[in-house]
Every structure is written in C-alpha cells, then in structure tokens.
Design a protein around this ligand. Sequence first.
Ligand code: ATP
Ligand code: MG
Length: 564
Amino acid sequence: MSEDTTPSRSNFITDIIDEHLENGRFDRVHTRFPPEPNGYLHIGHAKSICLNFGVAEDYGGQTNLRFDDTNPTTEEVEYVESIQEDIRWLGFDWEDRLFFASDYFGQLYNYALQLIQKGKAYVCDLSPDELRTYRGTLTEPGKNSPYRDRSVEENLDLFRRMKAGEFPDGSRTLRAKIDMASPNLNLRDPVLYRILHAEHHRTGDEWCIYPMYDYAHALSDSIEGITHSICTLEFEDHRPLYDWFLDELGVFHSQQIEFARLNLTYTVMSKRRLLQLVREGHVSGWDDPRMPTLSGMRRRGYTPEAIRAFADIIGVSKANSIVDMELLEHVLRDDLNNRARRVMAVVEPLKVIIDNYPDEGEETFEVPYFPWDRENSPTREVPFSKEIFIERSDFMEDPPKKFFRLAPGREVRLMNAYYITCTSVAKDAHGEVTELHCTYDPESRGGMSPDGRKVRGTLHWVSARHALDAELRLYDTLFTQPNPYDVPEGGDFKDNINPDSLQVIREAKLEPSLAEASVGEPFQFMRQGYFTLDSVDTHPGAPVFNRTISLVDSWAKLEAERGK
Ligand code: ATP
Ligand code: MG
C-alpha cells in the first residue's frame, strides 16, 4: 500500500512547498504561528492558525507557537495566556514547541554584533523625526545618515553602550547598512534596534534595547529552523529585507510566503481598533459575544469545528478580499444544525390555562433531543401541567388569513404534548392580553391526532410550574455598515457602531432540562435560534443564554440575489 502524501487542501502555498520538497530545498515542513501578545486573537488569526497548523499536519510536519514579544510597552501576560487557550480551543497543538522571540534576545544581539563587524550595520544618532525625513519617499530616494560611515570599532562601542543603558530612549538606533536609494523603502537602512527603557513581561529590565519586528522575525524563524514562514500580504515588500538578514549572516534560510488576510463584513479586525472598543466600553470586554475575537465567538456559541470549516472554505489566495459575514454564519448554522440538541424555550411568554386539565395534575413526556433520529437520540423528560407558557407572537386575537397559530376558537398542536383549542382571552385594563384559556383533547397525547383531524400550527411551550427563568441575549452585528470604515469625511469607524447590537430579554421561560446545560454546549431553542449558556454572567439558579445565531440563513438569499 502506498502512502497518500497529497495534502487535503491544495493551493498556491502547497504548490510552493511541493516544489521545495521536490527540488530538495527542504526535506520537511515546519511552520509557526507568531502572534504578538498585544491583544486577543480574532477570526483573522484563526485563518492563519488553521493554515499554519493545517499545512504542517498535511505534510506530517510541525508547527511552533512563537510569541513575537519585542514590543514591551504593549504586551501583557494576559494576552499570552488567552492566545494559548484560544489556539487549544480551536483544536491545535504545538506540543513542546512554545517559544518567545525574547528567548532569543541574546542571540539576536550577537547577530547584530556580527553585522556590525561585517560593516553591515551602524549606530545612528538621528532622532526619530530626522530618520523619517532622511528616509525619502516612494518617489524620492533617501539620504545617507551622517553617521553611516562610523568605524566598526566605534559602532561596536556605541552599540554595547546602548545595551548597557548609557543613552536615553530615542537618542540612537542600530541600523542596517543597505541602500538609501533603494526603490523598496524597507531596504533604506532599516532600524534593527531601538533604545527603550521598559520592563518586559519576561525579561524584566535585563534589556533596554529591543530588536525591531523584521529583524527579530526573520532570525527567530531561522533559529527555529522554520521552513515556510507564512505571513500576510503587507509583508511582501519586507521579504527582500527578510532574505537580506539571513543571507548576510549566512544562517538557515526560511522561505517567507505571503497570503491575503481575512476581512469580514460588519467587522473590524485590527487589534488596535478592537482594543479601542474594549477600553472605551463599547463592548463588555475582549470576550464580548459581539466581538470577532475567538474568546468572544466561543462565548457566543461558535464551535471550533465551524471556524475550522470556515477557514477551509475561504481557502487562501494572493488577492485581498472581503468575505461576507453571512458565509461565516451559514457555516456555523450548518455545524450547529448537526450537533445542537433541540429544546423548548419561550422568549416572550404568554400564559395559557388549560381549563379541563386537573388542577394539581402533571405528567411528563419523554422527548428525543434529535427528533429526526428518534431511534438513537438521547431523550429528556419534559413536564406538562395545567398552566403553560407559549410565545406571545403565537397568538392573535384577530388573525389574518395566513396566520395558522393560536386564535380564539382555533385548535393547534402543542409540540410533543396535546391538541389545544382556545376558548377565551383575558385582558388587562389597557386591552393587553394577559392570559388565554384553552381546553385540551386527552386523546391527542404526544401531539398525535386522535382521529385523523389535522391542525395547521405546532407551538413550542413550557410548563409554567416547572419553567426555568432565564435571561436571553440576542445579538446583531456590532456595526451597521458592511464596511465599518465607510464614514463621511472627518468621521470615525465608531460612528458605525450598531446601537441595537444587543437585546436583553429578562423573563424568558425555559424547559427545566436546561438547568443542566453546561458551558460550550449548543442548543437549538426550537423556532428561536441556536443558544448557549453564557460563561461569564451565569450564576447559580440565574442562567443567561446567548443566542449564537438565528435560524434564518441569509446566505442562500444573498447568493440568489447575486444570481448564482
Ligand atoms: P492586527 O492587524 O490585528 O494587529 P497583527 O498581524 O499585527 O494583527 P499578529 O499578532 O502579528 O497580529 O498576528 C499573528 C499572525 O496572524 C501573523 O502571522 C498575521 O499575519 C496573522 N494575521 C493577523 N491578522 C490576520 C487576518 N486578518 N487574516 C489572516 N491572518 C492574520
Ligand atoms: Mg503583526
């Protein structure tokens, strides 16, 4: 039997890898996911995680988790921990390969000394503002720094003193000596090190110079023996610099490959903007269920399977595009449809009194959680009694022709229970319906027709005496515009925040089995949507459920509108 080595996903990246394996550039595949611990992971990161871990898995290779922690002022341990939790939740495992760029600070410093010795790096005394002016523009070449021709000895001395803390922040930098006239701005003597007297969450005050991203990233990849360093498109112009570092130092040469980042409609994906939403209180935190963060999506009820399936479906490409939120939701519904237990919950309760049912009487129905597979489905006991709640919207006193649910004199089926007929309506002083009186047909037990007579409506319900009181949170998109950055001049993306993105329902009535619900378990509240227990605000005896997503799939409609 021959082993099948064809990757399950094939795309331009696997094409490059195949070529490398064939021409002997590499004999293995080793990728990494390199988050900067300055925020929580979002669905865009999930695309990169699925890609890096997925591709390595397909080739029997390995993936490292490496924190790119070269920016001590914005990084926090909280982020380091949440990032690991989120990747594990997505279903990926870096085994014992958890690394930090800060682990390499010593080695990166030695590499810098080597570049200086080769005459390929120099200490520059230009201020940040001067650096910018000397850099030139896309149309004008830059100017050489007056410090560019310092001797190797002077550079070594100054760089060591930078490290020793002799100079204030911003007073000097270490720069690569490449080409101030290069059409690629990244090659115009980029800064390798800056002075920053800041506490680092791992190295404390050991360092007061910190390496810049491009330098640290290329060399961290090399140190770890990463074969394929997959990153987003905006780093394409940085690749010549990435290659320059590795070539000048003559170290292991990883291949950088760029792909288009994920953008989603109705969503901002920049950590800076997400942090702004958190700090300014537009959301309750990074894990607010409206956030595109993995922790928010998890709390909302997204499953890792749905997110991985979504990443597979969107694939990878070289062209930036914006994916419709409806596609993500479609994939989510697909997944929840298969795994969510069907239960009954009344969102806006209206009491129904069944006059011919015994006052103290009660009975239970054994109801399968997966009604389409009664044979194999687990079941639960659903209690029934004289007083029940139905959905207020399932009753109309004066119904139009097409309304098939409950109305005076009308008979409907209570799902899995009985046929009932509405006999009278009670109202308050404002004419508001307060409760309904009905009779039931004892011969219709289980919701079966006793004599072949048909009813057109089937309602969900909850026994009043047994109901579990719960708070429900219904969500809409966080922004009103498909592109949140689409604002009139002088505006801000926050102008597009949707004021109605959260609707709280405080008096929902749930079937009692939901008292056993656990965090992460998906449910379909029949006819109402998919829900899951909120992991943060639920307290003993006071459950809060998040609506993950409604039942209406707008993706099909969108596709139809596009004439597909
Ligand atoms: P942000 O723009 O949100 O700050 P970032 O790129 O600075 O994101 P990092 O922590 O550096 O955040 O990202 C880690 C990895 O995730 C990088 O390799 C990056 O390319 C990738 N990544 C980030 N955002 C996306 C996205 N929207 N789609 C695909 N990959 C992404
Ligand atoms: Mg980044």
